[in-house]
Design a protein around this ligand. Structure first.
Ligand SMILES: [Cu+2]
Length: 64
C-alpha cells in the first residue's frame, strides 16, 4: 500500500530521516520518501494509514 501524507513541519533531509526511522520501527521493509518543498511524505508499507500517522505524530511530525 502506498500513502502520501502532508507533513507541514517537514523542513529538510534530517526531518525525512527522522520520519523514515519512525516508520521503519513499525515496518522494517517500508519505503519512505519525503520532499521538504512540497511537505509530502510518500510511504510504501503494509501498515495502516492510522498506524503511520500515529508514528509520525509520536516523533513530532503530525500529518495535516
Ligand atoms: Cu529537518
Amino acid at each position: 500500500m502506498q500513502v502520501v501524507l502532508t507533513v507541514p513541519k517537514l523542513a529538510c533531509g534530517a526531518c525525512v530521516d527522522t520520519i523514515a526511522q519512525a516508520v521503519r520501527q513499525l515496518d522494517p521493509q517500508a519505503q519512505v520518501e519525503g520532499d521538504p518543498k512540497t511537505k509530502q511524505v510518500r510511504i510504501t508499507s503494509g501498515r495502516s494509514v492510522s498506524d503511520l500517522r500515529q508514528a509520525l505524530t509520536q516523533v513530532g511530525y503530525p500529518p495535516a
